[in-house]
Design a protein around this ligand. Structure first.
Ligand code: TRP
Length: 454
């Protein structure tokens, strides 16, 4: 039985904005443009869009239905639907993946705080933005302090509770971010190289596909939509029965994808073609260049990085929430203790990532994945932000199809949304065949041909 005291969203708009807040974050604005740049531009974008709507959306629906039906986080949900069985592993994998992502994500989020401070006190003019970035990420004290500040903020918000914290922040600020990005796109499109940049970004060329394009597109879709580790499942568990899951899930996917595409519409016109070297610094370097030339760029830059910090916060909240709600549900811990334990562990795990962009030479360049030299942060991102999520997504599909039964998930999904039942015609084959087949092909490819990674 669900306990009567379980917290719930105040309104369906609150849920949509908070779930969109989880989805929209560094994944859209930092990760999407540079992964697109590493994978050849237009063809990657096309593949990404196809994956979002044929694999991402169905998995989104399965997570939301499982969460709302069980009123639990991932571990509790498995325990409830398959008591005492090995399916619980899905829940544990979710908790571990969440902590893994949260660790390096908080390092990058720390950069957004720094750029906000920098815009206010110094501005971006008068220096080479690329060099400034490299020097900044190579400074151990900066990286560690900013990491601590950002994780502290996340923890504070999670402790303050679901309604008070998450809902209010997302509700006000996401629309502001949206408007600011529209303005930046308009400005970027007036630049000299805009047409060449758009051509690279939006026009697919089959020659761009490489062996790793598919895994990166799949991983990016899951990462950006917050899927494959029970974050959406947990958010769904705070939803009341009267909400329309079909509509809410679709809107979240739509907003998230829109923001990612918009981020590319800012970055690529500024670059004006294929980026010479697309790495973790791409957005920070390119966007500060944009703010250098833009009238009022310093104020707008400060606003942009502030909003990006907050967008990152509404994402990390959901990462921390999964692990914390597990401790709360299973071990009856109070929210404060649970959140502090998880964030303490996360901080320790995050240290090598924080030092892996120059501060420590041996952590900065470890192996090559997809033709790119990866340091510790890059490896964490690949393992947790791509691989684990794909595995988690596949396991959730397998769980629903073989254990809980798709029929039950569908009853939950279409509850109070009867007029959308026709969607079943498309969703069923996607969930039964297309999505699992695609994920398995990608995973199989990676596991059995080591070469695909280099
Ligand atoms: N989706 C977020 C982003 O794009 C990151 C994120 C939050 C996430 N929660 C998640 C990714 C859960 C995977 C799983 O920035």
């Amino acid at each position: 039985m669900s306990s009567p005291s379980r917290e719930q969203w105040n309104s369906s708009l609150g849920f949509i904005l908070a779930a969109a807040g989880s989805a929209i974050g560094l994944g859209n604005i930092w990760r999407f443009p540079y992964i697109t740049g590493q994978n050849g531009g237009g063809s990657f974008v096309l593949l990404y869009l196809i994956i979002v709507f044929t694999i991402g959306l169905p998995v989104m629906y399965l997570e939301l239905s499982t969460g709302r039906f069980t009123q639990r986080g991932p571990v509790g949900a498995m325990e409830k639907l398959a008591p005492g069985s090995f399916w619980k592993i899905i829940g544990y994998l979710a908790v571990i993946t969440g902590i893994g992502i949260l660790s390096y994500y908080s390092v990058v989020a720390g950069w957004t705080i720094w750029y906000f401070i920098k815009a206010i006190f110094q501005g971006f003019g008068g220096e080479n933005t690329g060099t400034a970035f490299s020097q900044f990420v190579a400074s151990a004290p900066h990286q560690l302090v900013l990491l601590g500040v950002f994780l502290g903020l996340t923890t504070g918000i999670v402790i303050s509770g679901i309604k008070g914290g998450i809902e209010k922040i997302s509700m006000i600020l996401m629309p502001v971010l949206f408007l600011l990005m529209i303005g930046l796109i308009i400005y970027a499109l007036t630049l000299d190289n805009a047409a060449a940049g758009l051509k690279y970004y939006l026009i697919p060329k089959t020659s761009d596909f490489t062996k790793t394009t598919f895994i990166f597109a799949l991983g990016q879709a899951f990462f950006s939509l917050s899927l494959g580790m029970g974050a959406m499942l947990t958010y769904g568990s705070y939803l009341s029965k009267k909400e329309n899951l079909v509509k809410a899930g679709f809107l979240v996917v739509l907003f998230d994808t829109l923001i990612a595409i918009m981020a590319g519409l800012i970055i690529f016109p500024v670059i004006g073609g294929a980026p010479e070297k697309a790495g973790a610094g791409l957005v920070f370097v390119v966007i500060t260049e944009l703010f250098c030339t833009l009238p009022g760029g310093r104020i707008l830059g400060a606003l942009f990085f502030l909003l990006l910090t907050i967008a990152a916060l509404t994402s990390t909240i959901s990462l921390l929430e999964v692990a914390a709600s597990w401790l709360m549900d299973e071990y009856k811990m109070v929210r404060k203790k649970a959140a502090l334990i998880v964030s303490g562990i996360t901080f320790v795990i995050a240290i090598p990532s924080a030092l892996s962009l120059g501060a420590s030479k041996s952590l900065s360049s470890i192996i090559k994945i997809g033709g790119e030299e990866k340091g510790f942060l890059g490896i964490m991102d690949f393992l947790f932000g791509n691989l684990s999520l794909a595995i988690g997504g596949l396991l959730i599909i397998i769980f629903v199809v073989f254990k809980w039964k798709l029929k039950n998930a569908e009853d939950e999904l279409y509850h109070n949304a009867d007029r959308f039942r026709f969607l079943s015609l498309i969703m069923k084959p996607l969930i039964w065949f297309a999505a699992p087949a695609a994920i398995m092909v990608v995973l199989g490819f990676m596991l059995f041909t080591g070469k695909t990674l280099s």
